[in-house]
Design a protein around this ligand. Structure first.
Ligand code: NAD
Length: 955
């Protein structure tokens, strides 16, 4: 329903009145004097300085001691032209005075936005706000929690906030983030997440009802929105008591919000319950845009600021037109937007107590006072808390206040003309930007917040379950020897047979190689464009069947939904990426021709390629190596790992269905011990692409160097092996991030990734806090069959893998101290995740690849020492650093020599093209998969030179 806006003159009239009243006063932030004021004033004029200052403020709460503060302040701000007292302080270097002055300034600025979390401060703020004719809503600041204990603490803080307000004689009003109520608040498991949040909210709800309080659920990132709305509804329905006032915040920067409002209005009417909707513009714009770009998801927000403003006005009208069901709380600081709300409410005759305006504590106080004077109900959103928890909040507010598009800044610093501030926003259409055609882009991962995506995945699992117990005949021509069969079982329930796969032996492998050799000359002549098209067709088929393929991985490899989907996406990416690369590399290219001499080179396929793959990325790695071999014109023998044979059958059948001739793309299922040597030694094999363990890789390298009888070429070996990857956590790291990302790096897919973190190196004093939070965060995970999305952590791949991990857990107990051991189900190949402290670099736990959920924590006295420990390994595959000290990040960049180094993020999940993957030392031969050099290894280069001078003229 389109509700027309009030006349522009009516809005302008209200706005002029507000402006006139507000202009007499400056907001506190722009009134700050003294040293703080000097720094802020300078920062407002200098974007780079502002960024550096905010980065410093971000790290400040984490810094222990004067030295660390001074060092960081120096590192971020040195080189910036700081004037006055700050310039002089900076020149002092690591002086205690500097640290003191800096910290005191930031704390005092923080207190402009964030009050102390105490009964006294709450009572005081209620009095202060009350005197100004307004009321409050209180928020205990903090971002997402990682552990159950943190969530309990959070609820207790809310109970305090509610009680303190009641004690001060007001009706308590609190605003809460649902991610603070449950460490696992995950859209992939909506029912479980809602249940966890409601269970934790129970004591708080008891207080809310007892005091007849108002409780508003804050909105967070877009990915969480459906879950937040669903949990909000469940909460309201679970507590039908009429005395309390439920509310939810919605964001105008999302085009979807109009529909959400319509749905909530309808729901509230049906329920006969009036709920508050707090309308905000939205505080996560930068993150939403960045995450969408990273995930290749459509940008969920309006890209244009004015479009958000226009949406905000439309939503304001929709809410004010539904006051029978909704108590609108129009939250913002924009003069035009608020004037529009007031003018519209007046025009419609909405009564004073049927709606309110909300503004943030510390923001645009002159406007707050002016609004209160109009007689409109005003509520001030007051965050309470400490600096550490409040820092993200503080930065958002500082950014908001000082952005050059900020109305506050325009009004109070830039002194912009009121007419310019009052122009009606133009509503632009929300048009997602499509990727540039012809360029490779990664396959978007599934968005689990969409219910249709989850339903499709569950249906795929059910459909795959209907196909269990099949027989997979040997996919080789009649006559190939069947040398046994493999019963593929579900590692979460080993008595469940998924299928029976026929295997062949060395003779079968030799036959396949000879068959491939016979067709090679013909296949070599296929135009590259044909091979490219076949790869793209295979990618299309995988995309169509992505859920079914992933569902098989859930059952055969024990991957959870997310991990399985990521592996399918990677397989598709490899097909697409290598197809595009082949287009680039195909054909004759001029090396360096001269008058009278042409010099041309081209890449040629090598011959028969054997692809030996591991089981842990059963689609991604097998498809990647196979696609590289095929698209470059080789005939390919696929030798998958035994625990991944059903998935290998699916990959093979897709490649053949896409059009690769069966004799060009052959699947040879068999045990590595039985037929591996034949594949490696055979004189007709020209290339071996191997990914797997170090020992097998080295064996292949050694054997392939020997010339077999009748062999006419040097074998090319592409070899990717194991890892013993380390993450360094510096003493200034953002601990929330470091804990969360290490958790996923070390225990994602039960630690069975070559890129997984198995050594955690803690610098200095961060050690104890890091280990404690990590252990508690891990404890919030649930373990069980990954078919159920509730379980992040599933079984290991085989009984042997389980045995090996349990053995290492024993070794860990003798070498170090067990800091955490998870609880896992009895049946199935589960091994409990373990964290060991007190591990020394020479320990087996610090040196050997375990390939399971065992994390060793090592101490380092300094960042430099940590780097030394990280590099003390025969492997060099991935590595990570969490630090906010620029010099340490620079040092890591220069000296932390591993194939893939990740700074301030998890060390797993490389994406094709963006993070070419592969290691150094005994991790690999150094040319990375999914990168621009990779395909060349599958070919050889030849050059043709022609003299074009003929009897005195140049042809
Ligand atoms: P694995 O070495 O046991 O097996 C890999 C493949 O080699 C399987 O297909 C296996 O059947 C085959 N094989 C075994 N013996 C053979 C022989 N004698 N000759 C030829 N082939 C033989 O490894 P896995 O358990 O399947 O996978 C886990 C290992 O792979 C870990 O070490 C992990 O770090 C590594 N990995 C590395 C990468 C990477 O990109 N660097 C990626 C994934 C896995």
């Amino acid at each position: 329903m389109l509700i027309s806006a009030p006349h522009h003159d009516a809005i302008t009239e209200v706005a002029r009145g507000l402006y006139a009243a507000a202009a007499r006063e400056r907001p506190a932030l722009f009134r700050v004097r003294g040293m703080r004021g000097a720094l802020l004033a300078q920062a407002l004029d200098d974007e780079a300085l502002k960024r550096a200052l905010f980065q410093f403020v971000d790290v400040l709460p984490q810094l222990d001691g004067a030295g660390a503060i001074a060092r960081h302040f120096g590192a971020y701000l040195r080189g910036r032209p700081l004037k006055g007292p700050w310039g002089r302080l900076l020149a002092l270097g690591e002086h205690p005075l500097m640290a003191w002055a800096v910290r005191a300034s930031v704390v005092r600025i923080a207190r402009l936005f964030l009050i102390e979390e105490s009964e006294r401060a709450v009572a005081a703020i209620m009095r202060e706000v009350g005197r100004a004719g307004a009321s409050v809503t209180l928020d205990a600041v903090g971002e997402a929690v990682l552990t159950e204990a943190e969530a309990d603490e959070y609820v207790q803080r809310y109970r305090n906030v509610v009680a303190w307000q009641a004690n001060a004689g007001g009706r308590p009003n609190a605003s809460i983030k649902l991610t603070a109520l449950a460490p696992r608040f995950d859209p992939i498991d909506p029912e479980g997440s809602t249940a966890r949040a409601l269970a934790r909210a129970r004591p708080l709800m008891h207080d809310v009802i007892a005091h007849g309080a108002a409780l508003t659920i804050d909105m967070e990132q877009h990915e969480l929105k459906p879950l937040i709305i669903a949990t909000f509804r469940a909460l309201v329905e679970a507590y039908p008591e009429p005395g309390w006032q439920p509310g939810i915040a919605l964001q105008a920067y999302l085009p979807e919000t109009e529909q959400d409002v319509a749905d909530l209005v309808q729901w509230a009417r049906a329920l006969g319950r009036r709920v508050t909707i707090r309308l905000v513009k939205g505080a996560y714009w930068d993150t939403e845009v960045a995450l969408a770009a990273q995930r290749k998801w459509p940008v969920p927000v309006f890209v244009d600021k004015e479009a958000t403003d226009a949406s905000y006005e439309r939503l304001t009208r929709a809410l004010l037109a539904a006051t029978d069901a909704i108590h609108p709380a129009i939250a913002g600081h924009n003069l035009r937007s608020l004037a529009h709300a007031i003018a519209f409410a007046r025009e419609r005759g909405v009564s004073r107590d049927a709606w309110e305006i909300q503004m943030l504590y510390g923001m645009a106080e002159p406007l707050q006072h002016a609004i209160a004077q109009t007689g409109t109900q005003l509520r001030i959103y007051v965050p309470t808390g400490e600096l550490v928890a409040g820092i993200a909040y503080l930065i958002r507010r500082l950014l908001e206040n000082t952005a050059s598009t900020s109305i506050l800044r325009q009004t109070y610093v830039d002194g912009r003309d009121i007419e310019a501030l009052l122009a009606a926003p133009r509503g632009h259409e929300h048009t997602p930007v499509p990727p540039a055609p012809g360029r490779f882009t990664n396959t978007p991962l599934l968005d689990w917040s969409v219910s249709g995506v989850r339903t499709r995945f569950a249906a795929a699992l059910a459909s795959v379950r209907g196909q269990l117990g099949r027989r997979y005949p040997l996919p080789l021509p009649a006559g190939a020897p069947v040398a046994g069969e493999h019963r593929s079982v579900n590692p979460a329930r080993p008595d469940e047979v998924l299928g029976t796969v026929e295997m062949t032996d060395a003779a079968g492998a030799a036959q396949a190689i000879e068959r491939a050799a016979r067709v090679f000359l013909q296949w070599r002549e296929t135009p590259a464009s044909t091979r490219v098209a076949l790869c793209r067709r295979a990618a299309g088929l995988m995309l169509e069947r992505r859920e079914a393929l992933a569902a098989w991985e859930v059952l055969e490899q024990g991957k959870n939904w997310r991990e399985a989907d990521a592996d399918v996406a990677e397989a598709i990416d490899y097909l697409e990426y290598y197809a595009a690369e082949m287009e680039r590399l195909d054909g004759w290219r001029d090396t360096m021709s001269f008058a009278g001499e042409s010099n041309m080179a081209r890449w040629e396929p090598r011959g028969v390629a054997v692809v030996i793959a591991p089981w842990n990325f059963p689609l991604g790695i097998l498809t990647g190596m196979t696609a590289a071999a095929l698209v470059t014109g080789n005939c390919t023998i696929m030798k998958p790992a035994t625990p991944a044979l059903i998935v290998a059958h699916l990959v093979h059948s897709i490649l053949v269905e896409a059009g690769f001739p069966p004799e060009v793309c052959q699947l040879v299922p068999g045990s590595g011990a039985q037929l591996g040597d034949t594949l490696v030694d055979h004189p007709d094999v020209q290339l071996i692409a191997f990914t797997g363990s170090r020992d097998v890789g080295l064996r292949i390298l050694e054997r392939s160097a020997k010339q077999a009888s009748g062999q006419l070429h040097v074998k090319r070996i592409v070899c990717e092996m194991g890892g013993k990857n380390a993450i360094i956590v510096d003493d200034d790291a953002d601990l929330d991030e470091a804990v969360l990302q290490t958790l996923h790096s070390a225990f994602g897919y039960q630690g069975q990734k070559c890129s997984a973190c198995s050594r955690l190196i803690a610098v200095g004093a961060v050690h104890d806090r890091l280990v404690e939070r990590l252990a508690r965060a891990l404890d919030a995970w649930e373990y069980g069959p990954p078919e159920d999305p509730r379980f992040v952590f599933g079984p290991l791949i085989t009984r042997n893998a389980q045995k090996k991990v349990l053995e290492y857990t024993g070794i860990g107990r003798s070498e170090g101290t067990l800091a955490y051991l998870g609880r896992v189900p009895e049946s199935g190949y589960y091994a409990p995740p373990a964290i060991f402290t007190g591990i020394e670099p020479r320990h087996r736990l610090a040196q050997e690849e375990i390939f399971g959920p065992v994390l060793s924590v090592l101490r380092a006295p300094s960042f430099d020492a940590a780097l030394g420990i990280a590099l003390d390994s025969q492997y060099a595959l991935t590595g990570g650093v969490f630090s906010r000290f620029p010099a340490h990040l620079a040092l890591a960049r220069a000296r932390y020599r591993v194939g893939d180094l990740y700074l301030n993020r998890r060390i797993t999940g490389a994406r094709v093209g963006a993070q070419p993957f592969g290691g150094y030392r005994l991790s690999g031969t150094g040319i990375q998969a999914g990168g621009e050099e990779y395909l060349k290894q599958f070919m050889w280069s030849r050059v043709v030179t022609e003299n074009t001078i003929r009897h005195g003229y140049v042809a």
